[in-house]
Design a protein around this ligand. Structure first.
Ligand SMILES: [Zn+2]
Length: 332
């Protein structure tokens, strides 16, 4: 019976028993890579994995979004649904839903000896939208790892965002900037909050939305920037434009009301930055309290805190040792 070996690289790549490597690249015998979701810190060195003919495993949405982002997976790649399990060499691999961006999965590896290794990936609302499963070993990214990283308004932020967008739409067009995936989540929140204005989307966001729609997430009234229909809508001045965070600067100067979405704000849910620009503290990550609740629920004997994707990894580890009484906590 082979031993369950967990190895974590400086890059954040997590490998188990040399059968799979998760969210990073490493040369392993199993030549299998798991992608938990498409954010850049989780697809690091993906080209190395593809060039070395690794089989990619991800959810349906993750694999189709990778193709939009220009990654062509090997023919042997496969999709895995939530709560499904497959055997990879000597281990069993299972996906558990993570509430973060569409398609995000927690990864549970069960080794031959029954040892359970869980990688949380990114998540929010543990115990509600993100189910918590028990494991012997937990690998976690302490994204908000310091006890001061707390957003007391997290439960109200969706309602506040919808309210702000409605108010700004009464004055004209609204531009929203956030990371890929978060934008898609926000579109769904706006629609269910009663925002009817058409969404105008640049090509990549449009393609990603089309893919998600083909997998069953219906979203009405979104159009491609640059199309004739979009030109008319833009002229009308009543629409919501959504784009990636990095394009914020190009657009805000035009005097259009713009909203930037980022969880790095703990005091105020909405902040007016300039005459036409607002910051909304909408996050796809649990704050410090959520991380602790998650770890307590997993009830592991050993925890690895992945430095590459953490903020305050040492403080977080210290808290787990002292307050949660976990015997073994390693910052890697
Ligand atoms: Zn993420």
């Amino acid at each position: 019976m082979s031993e369950c070996r967990v190895h974590i690289e400086d890059s954040g790549a997590i490998s188990v028993s040399d059968e799979v490597v998760i969210d990073g690249h490493r040369n392993i015998a199993g030549k299998t890579r798991v992608v938990t979701h498409i954010h850049s810190d989780h697809i690091i060195d993906l080209m190395s994995s593809i060039r070395n003919s690794y089989k990619l495993i991800g959810t349906n949405i993750t694999l189709s979004w990778l193709s939009v982002l220009g990654y062509s997976a090997a023919a042997s790649s496969m999709q895995l649904s939530y709560n499904s399990r497959i055997k990879v060499g000597s281990i069993n691999l299972e996906f558990v839903k993570g509430l973060h961006i569409p398609g995000t999965a927690q990864v549970l590896v069960v080794c031959e000896d029954g040892h359970r290794v869980l990688y949380s990936s990114d998540f929010k609302k543990p115990g509600e939208g993100t189910p918590i499963v028990e494991a012997d070993t937990l690998v976690i990214d302490a994204v908000y790892g310091r006890p001061t990283y707390v957003r007391l308004f997290d439960d109200d932020i969706e309602m506040l965002l919808v309210g702000l967008v409605k108010q700004l739409l009464s004055e004209g067009a609204v531009h929203i900037y956030g990371y890929y995936g978060k934008i898609n989540e926000v579109m769904e929140i706006l629609r269910s909050g009663g925002v009817d204005a058409p969404f105008v989307l640049p090509p990549k966001v449009y393609m990603m939305t089309k893919k998600v729609e083909s997998l069953g997430h219906r979203l009405k009234d979104y159009i491609l920037l640059g199309s004739r229909e979009a030109d008319d809508v833009v002229k009308s001045g009543w629409y919501v434009y959504l784009d990636h965070m990095m394009r914020t600067r190009n657009r805000v100067s035009r005097g259009i009301n713009s909203i930037v979405l980022s969880g790095w704000e703990f005091k105020k849910p909405i902040k007016k930055l300039t005459n036409h620009m607002w910051h909304v503290a909408f996050s796809d990550h649990s704050d410090f309290r959520g991380l602790i609740r998650y770890v307590a629920g997993v009830n592991p004997r050993r925890v690895y805190v992945v430095k590459a994707r953490s903020n305050g990894a040492e403080e977080f580890a210290g808290y787990l040792l002292e307050k949660l009484g976990i015997k073994e906590v390693l910052v890697v």
